[in-house]
Design a protein around this ligand. Structure first.
Ligand SMILES: *[C@@H]1O[C@H](CO)[C@@H](O)[C@H](O)[C@H]1NC(C)=O
Ligand SMILES: *[C@@H]1O[C@H](CO)[C@@H](O)[C@H](O)[C@H]1NC(C)=O
Ligand SMILES: *[C@@H]1O[C@H](CO)[C@@H](O)[C@H](O)[C@H]1NC(C)=O
Ligand SMILES: *[C@@H]1O[C@H](CO)[C@@H](O)[C@H](O)[C@H]1NC(C)=O
Ligand SMILES: *[C@@H]1O[C@H](CO)[C@@H](O)[C@H](O)[C@H]1NC(C)=O
Ligand SMILES: *[C@@H]1O[C@H](CO)[C@@H](O)[C@H](O)[C@H]1NC(C)=O
Length: 452
């Protein structure tokens, strides 16, 4: 009896200690309930009762405004589509056909009990340069659109919002003529009341406050192309502000991303959130989320990570990715028409191809090793030479999920897609990748499975 009890206790403790859900910058991020790549670009995040809501642009059908989407997560890894705050109207107007509605950001006013959404409103040539505001009664419900204007009469393109500890809030707004502005919002957050600061002309602004310092992150103006983003800091939003400094490896173009938000998760984890835009196919833009490192009071850096673990559940910090096994697609069991294909960018120059299709080609990875019984993130390395996403059913020990695989024609090859899997300790794990709807899934180079 005692030994049985002890065995049970060990399994339980292993699943707590070894939880290794990962953020994988640049991967296809399939929402749990849509089977498609998350559409929340240029986003902001708002946290409520331990739930993170990401609110961003839907680019399913191109660059013009479609929806402002909201997805929720409790771990920052698995995201579930909740709804659209605003959707394209059939009639002409700010939210009508062929409009620009970008960089949505939401803050909550506890007195008015309204969620207040700010965004960049424009025509397709970016000539109007206005902000728009909408309000909602629930964080991801339908919002009422109030209108658009130029804040304090100045041009406004990329925007951000910052809500300070004392409840005061600020609009960050890129005014091409004069520079990057910080404007105070009115008490109800529905308009701007006065100018707080004017900095050099940067875009994609986001502020986070830490230990009494305001850190403002922003990018240079290079359109959809990434550049080396920079930050400034101050102890007062009015300034004086420090000089601009890079925070990612110089020349990496911020690991090929542009700031969209800075998310404070805990005192040990403040997360940089960037967009890796694919200008020719905005829907295929991916999310580059990385932990910021603070040294001293005012030095901020980010290192690139293939994968990392945000320890959200334990309210803690973050750790680098776990050690892994890398079973190869071409060495797995291929049935129903799946076959080994050559793949120049793949490990071993081969992959498992013809997955799905008319005969339902299937690749089965048996005896997959795990050091722990735990829910973890498996990276699927793949090729998809089409112009649009491919899809596959991924079964982890019998639990099936529909996973998306963005095109790899944009230079990131082989691509990464991620799946959350419940593995058992030992080698009794089976992962099956197939597609039964007649379409072809991706070619599977290999899968990267955490050992702990
Ligand atoms: C994209 O276009 C298709 C075809 O017109 C339409 O059915 C779908 O609703 C659109 N999706 C979005 C998000 O606008
Ligand atoms: C919300 O709006 C009210 C009323 O305008 C204002 O007094 C208050 O300071 C605002 N901020 C918060 C955090 O509630
Ligand atoms: C905000 O103020 C501007 C000008 O001061 C005005 O044109 C606009 O209608 C106001 N917006 C709202 C929602 O009150
Ligand atoms: C920030 O600076 C402004 C302008 O100089 C000043 O009015 C305000 O009191 C300062 N705020 C704090 C918290 O020191
Ligand atoms: C995480 O937190 C622990 C305990 O506070 C600390 O020892 C460790 O250095 C932290 N790790 C990182 C990567 O910040
Ligand atoms: C694939 O996914 C669909 C939808 O979730 C499901 O109905 C189907 O049974 C899954 N399995 C296979 C092998 O296609």
């Amino acid at each position: 009896m005692l030994s049985l009890f002890r065995a049970g206790w060990l399994v339980l403790s292993a699943s707590i200690v070894h939880a290794s859900l990962q953020i994988v910058p640049g991967a296809t991020l399939t929402a749990t309930n849509t089977g498609t790549h998350m559409q929340a670009h240029g986003a902001g995040v708002i946290v409520e009762n331990g739930v993170y809501y990401i609110i961003g642009e839907d680019h399913t059908n191109g660059s013009a405004f479609q929806n402002i989407n909201c997805y929720s997560s409790t771990d920052l890894v698995s995201w579930t589509y909740v709804g659209a705050l605003l959707s394209q109207t059939t009639t002409a107007g700010d939210l009508g056909p062929n409009r620009v509605v970008e960089r949505p950001k939401v803050i909550y006013n506890s007195s008015t009990k309204k969620y207040v959404l700010w965004m960049h409103i424009d025509d397709s040539s970016y000539a109007e340069a206005k902000v728009g505001v909408a309000t909602g009664d629930t964080v991801c419900g339908k919002y009422s659109y109030l209108g658009s204007w130029q804040p304090l009469g100045y041009q406004s393109r990329d925007i951000g919002l910052f809500q300070d500890d004392d409840g005061s809030a600020y609009l960050l707004t890129e005014d091409r003529v004069n520079g990057l502005r910080i404007d105070s919002l009115t008490a109800d957050y529905l308009n701007v009341s006065s100018a707080t600061a004017l900095l050099a002309d940067y875009e994609a602004p986001a502020i986070v406050k830490r230990n009494g310092y305001y850190f403002l992150f922003a990018s240079h103006l290079t359109g959809w192309d990434a550049n080396d983003n920079e930050y400034v800091y101050a102890t007062n939003l009015s300034g004086p502000w420090s000089s601009w400094t890079t925070f990612a490896t110089v020349g990496s173009d911020t690991y090929e991303s542009q700031t969209n938000y800075i998310l404070p998760v805990s005192s040990d984890l403040i997360m940089y959130m960037g967009d890796r835009w694919v200008s020719t196919d905005l829907a295929a833009s991916t999310y580059v989320w990385l932990p910021l490192t603070f040294s001293g009071t005012t030095t901020v850096t980010i290192a690139n990570e293939v994968n990392w673990i945000p320890n959200v559940a334990t309210g803690g910090n973050w750790t680098t990715g776990p050690s892994e096994t890398w079973p190869e697609g071409e060495s797995a069991t291929l049935t129903d028409g799946a076959t080994v294909v050559s793949c120049s960018g793949c490990s071993g120059s081969e992959a498992a191809g013809y997955i799905g299709g008319p005969s339902g080609g299937t690749v089965t990875f048996s005896n997959v090793q795990s050091g722990a019984s735990t829910k973890t993130t498996i990276r699927l390395k793949y090729e998809n030479g089409d112009g649009t996403s491919r899809f596959a059913n991924v079964s982890c020990n019998g639990v099936e999920q529909n996973i998306a695989f963005l095109p790899t024609t944009n230079g990131y090859t082989p691509g990464s897609s991620v799946v959350t899997c419940a593995l058992t300790s030992g080698t009794a794990n089976t992962i099956v990748i197939t597609q039964t709807d007649g379409t072809y899934g991706p070619d599977i180079d290999r899968i990267m499975v955490p050992l702990s």
